[in-house]
Design a protein around this ligand. Sequence first.
Ligand SMILES: [Zn+2]
Length: 162
Amino acid sequence: MSDPVTGITTPIRLDYRYTPGRTTSEGLKAIKEGRMEGRRCPSCRKVYFPARGGCSMCGQEFAETVLIKETGTLATFAVVNVNFANRVIDLPYVTAEVVFDGADTTTMVLLRGVAPEETRMGMRVKAHWIPKEEWDYSLANIDYVEPIDEPDADYDSYKDLV
Ligand SMILES: [Zn+2]
């Protein structure tokens, strides 16, 4: 009797073209220049980062641009123990949902500089960018976040984003 099948590898290819809207394009241009720009909803006043066209809660179009800081709070995270087929990172690693300072939404980014078992919600972190000459119209310009020497944020400050 053979061993049970525990996984399969299948070749798959997906070609697509992404066309961002006006607001998202402006946000991507900003990040290519090293700025993190969000947009504030005129109704609920929440700041969305990355920038998008309108508020998903209020349906309002955004008008105000807000500069987001490179520091933030780790709202939640996942320890990854299985690599993707084409993405090889030493296991285990941590993906984090970070509320960058000035934003009211989370951004998923890789966490480095702390062991998975020492990672905790509320940790204060800072973005680490890829080399400037490699910056593109992409959030991938932020390579990862790493802990900074600041006290953890109060749970109440990010509890709605967990
Ligand atoms: Zn709103």
